[in-house]
Structure formats: C-alpha cells, structure tokens
Design a protein around this ligand. Sequence first.
Ligand SMILES: Nc1ncnc2c1ncn2[C@@H]1O[C@H](COP(=O)(O)OP(=O)(O)OP(=O)(O)O)[C@@H](O)[C@H]1O
Length: 315
Amino acid sequence: MTLTAPPATLAVDLDGIVKRYGAVTAVDGISLRIRPGEVVALLGPNGAGKTTTIDILLGLARPTEGEVRVYGRRPPDAVAAGLVSAVLQTGGLLRDYTVEETVRLTAVLFGKPPGAAAEALDRAGIADIGKRLVGKCSGGQQQRLRFAMALLPDPRLLILDEPTTGMDVGGRHDFWQAIRRDAEGGRTVIFATHYLEEADAYADRVVFVRRGRVVADGTAAEVKALASGRTVRATLPGAAPDRLAAIAGVESAEVRGDTVYLHGRDTDGIARHLLTHTAARDLEITSRNLEEAFLTLTADKSTGDKSAADDRSHR
Ligand SMILES: Nc1ncnc2c1ncn2[C@@H]1O[C@H](COP(=O)(O)OP(=O)(O)OP(=O)(O)O)[C@@H](O)[C@H]1O
C-alpha cells in the first residue's frame, strides 16, 4: 500500500527517529507514517522502545536524531494546540472527587463549557457513574475517566500507553468499546499494549517494535502472514523431511508419525503440490495467531522478512 497524501496531512510522521540515553539506544531509527483516522497498536517486548516513541510524540522527550511531526507540527506545538492528548497508565486522579466533578474541573482547566464535560462523560461511556467517587471506581472505570479527560480538548490524535494493564477482561472490553466507538468519528488512535489480542481485535494496523526498530507493520492479518506464513498439515505416511523441505514454497517441514507440517507463505501452492504429486490426504491449512507471530518477530533470531517490514514502515 503506498501513501499518496502529502506529508502535511499525516497524523504522525516519524522519520529516522533515534533516541539515546547515554550508552542506551532506546529508539534506533524508527520511520512511521500514520494517516488521520488510523487506529494503530504499538507492540513489542519490554524495553523495545514503545514508551520512548510515545514520549517523543507527546513532546516529553526529544529525539537525538530524526524528524517528528504531528499533524504537520513539532510535538510540543501540537500538544499546546490541543491536537494531541494521552491516556497514561497511572496518576492524575483525585480519589475524593466524583467522576463528574473530575471531568468538570478538567473542562474548566481547558476553558471548555460545562456541556463539554457531559459530552466527554458520554463518549467515554461513564455518564451513568458520574456521581461515584473516583476512589470507588474500578481500574477500568478509572481508565475510562482518564479517557474522558483526554477527550476534553477534542484532540485529533489520542495516545494510550498500555491503558488496560491490570484490568479484568470485562473492564478491558468496555474500555476498548468506548475507544473504538469514539474512533469511528475519525480520531487517530495510537496505543501501546502487551495484550496481543487487543491489538488483533481493536487496531487497524499493528506495528511491532523490537530493540528500537520496526520489525513488522501491517494489519494484524498481514503481520501474522509476514511473521510466520501459514501451515499445511496433512496425513502422509512414510514422508521424508528433506523431500518435503524441497517442495517449492516450503520454508520448514516437520514430520510427526504419519502427519506432516509444512510452513510457508504460498500454502495454496504447497497444498496443490501435495495433492497432485504425493499421496497426502486430510489437508488442513491454518494461520498462526498473533502471539506466535509476536514471538517469531521479537525473538533474537527473527525470521521476519526485514525488507518487507521496512517497506511497510514507510507507508
Ligand atoms: N530516561 C531513560 N534513561 C535511560 N534509559 C532509558 C530511559 N527511558 C528508557 N530507557 C531505556 O530505553 C529502552 C526502551 O525503553 P521503553 O520504555 O521505551 O521501552 P518499552 O517498549 O516501552 O518497554 P515496556 O513495555 O517495558 O514499557 C529500555 O532499555 C529502557 O531501559
């Protein structure tokens, strides 16, 4: 997919970003273009550079090298203009205020009319718990409160750094429902998460970061295919692994008893070969899940297609 829009219309344009803290290189050359309205998940193991990238987008850290633009502006200018806001994991809430008071106070700080507070509560899906004390809210409700507060400047870009850590399944579901509903109005959303199923379920696009670099970038389905291809499983008694590995398109072959497992990207071609040139039967083609893709892409011996990943990072 090629991006044809001029750079000024991009929500985020990171170009060759490097961030060093002394001897530590937290970000090692990230280039990423995000269009308005995209919901993008940043995934990666601990220390991959996700938070540092987010800090750079929020103007909290300055890159050592490279250029960054948020809606065509330097991050501090974009934040000052109310184009960007963030939902961070902890802090920022006063336990003895009610949910409604908290949002109203924040609206006053932003110079917004009281109606803005009611709208933000509604958008975050917490209008019904407006009278509840913040200290009595669950983790998920508190995150939706932070979301409501972040919505007050009506930002064009919303950034969330691991927003659902510690929430139960129901809380996470409700939180993401509120974010997704809001994003349907065209808001750009970037979130870092450790929950792969969240990226799979809620992001239009998944960016895998490892050691400060983008190792894969695409839809969850594309990233899964890029990372690990698919697997053809078949019953084929007496199969020799080296002959299977020689079939066009096979990247790895495994034999367990009478069952063979052939991994590759052109699984249709592999299946066709098995059916026409061997006695294989009971064929089954399966995708690996995002969890396996993640492990493959972030392992030290990555089998990810680096050149394809690089192409995608410049979309
Ligand atoms: N202020 C800092 N000073 C020194 N090193 C830092 C600083 N901030 C981050 N780092 C280092 O940079 C690397 C990237 O950290 P970062 O927090 O961006 O990763 P992350 O992907 O967000 O990880 P996690 O998922 O654990 O939050 C790590 O090795 C971290 O220790």
